[in-house]
Ligand binder design. Structure first.
Ligand code: PPY
Length: 307
């Protein structure tokens, strides 16, 4: 039975998402302390794949995931899952809300309950931990007074009490997770796919807008663009792009070759079915048929079959 890594310990949102992503697949889930460690285990072949958090509708990208995806041997996403994210406040029995001096959680979780903390625990110090479940474990060990955790964490830390349920500054926040593997066989196109790439653009006038035009000219809908410093030079950025379509689709393949020509670096980060299964809307000029017919036309012209 293959092992699948996830950001642990047990009871994280990522564990839940990884279970969803591996449903029907006979795999053993193995917790890792950090996203880079989980991805290193995929790269070394210790595990087959890893479930990692990618982005949140309130806080944006998870920087540790972005950075770990583009350093080291290539990895590709083969699936994505969306989870609604609400939090419980967990503490040791007998803890009173107004006596909480330290509250711990993953930085993304702390950011998503900032307003609630200011209103309800104004005197408490917020402490970042490696995950929401790591915070629950630390509270159980007596290191902090309270943890902002996933509701499922209570099953794993039954010694704790739920002081408050369903905390979230933005009630309908969603987090997107990916199942990441070493490159190999790509998931088949479904008509409702997403492709992810990371591209470093050259330092030239209009470089970013021209890169985006390569997508829009081919009727490709961009669903995310985010930049991170390359860490090589101040002012040099790597753009993380997510867009509708599969690398096997003609319009996407055509756009990717254009990106490859324009950018100093392009890393393919996967084509996989979208979690919401919403089909891509493809304008007639960007359809498979239009690409095939135009390629055939060019071949005919080059072969002297058409004037
Ligand atoms: O710490 C966790 O439980 C995670 O899976 C990372 C995370 C943190 C906050 C919101 C979504 C995912």
């Amino acid at each position: 039975m293959p092992d699948i890594a996830y950001l642990g310990p047990p009871g994280t949102f990522t564990e839940q998402a990884t279970r969803t992503l591996t449903e029907g697949f006979d795999a053993a889930l193995v917790p890792y302390d950090t996203v880079p460690l989980a991805l290193a285990a995929v790269r070394s072949g210790d595990v087959l794949a890893a479930g990692v958090p990618v982005e949140n509708s309130v806080e944006g990208a998870v920087p540790a995931t972005m950075d770990a995806l583009v350093t080291g041997e290539p990895l590709v996403a083969v699936g994505e899952a969306m989870l609604p994210v609400r939090f419980d406040v967990l503490a040791r029995p007998g803890t009173e809300l107004d006596k909480i001096g330290t509250v711990a959680s993953h930085p993304h979780a702390l950011a998503q309950v900032r307003g609630w903390l200011e209103a309800n625990l104004p005197g408490a110090d917020a402490i970042a931990t490696k995950s929401t479940a790591a915070a629950a474990a630390a509270v159980r060990a007596g290191e902090f007074d309270a943890a902002i955790s996933a509701p499922v964490a209570l099953e794993h830390y039954p010694e704790l009490d739920r002081l408050v349920e369903g905390v979230a500054d933005v009630p309908d926040a969603l987090t997107r997770f990916a199942l990441v593997r070493r490159p190999g066989v790509l998931p088949d196109p479904t008509g409702a796919d997403r492709t992810s790439v990371a591209a470093v653009i050259t330092d030239e006038v209009g470089a970013l807008s021209e890169l985006l035009s390569e997508l829009s000219l081919r009727g490709i809908n961009l669903s995310r663009i985010e930049s991170r410093p390359t860490k090589d030079r101040l002012g040099e950025y790597r753009f993380f792009l997510d867009f509708d379509g599969h690398v096997a689709d003609a319009r996407v393949g055509d756009a990717l070759t254009a990106l490859r020509r324009r950018c100093s670096e392009v890393r393919f980060l996967g084509s996989y079915p979208k979690a919401d299964r919403s089909p891509a809307s493809v304008r007639p000029s960007a359809s498979e048929q239009a690409f095939q017919e135009s390629a055939q036309w060019l071949e005919d012209v080059r072969a002297g079959r058409l004037a």
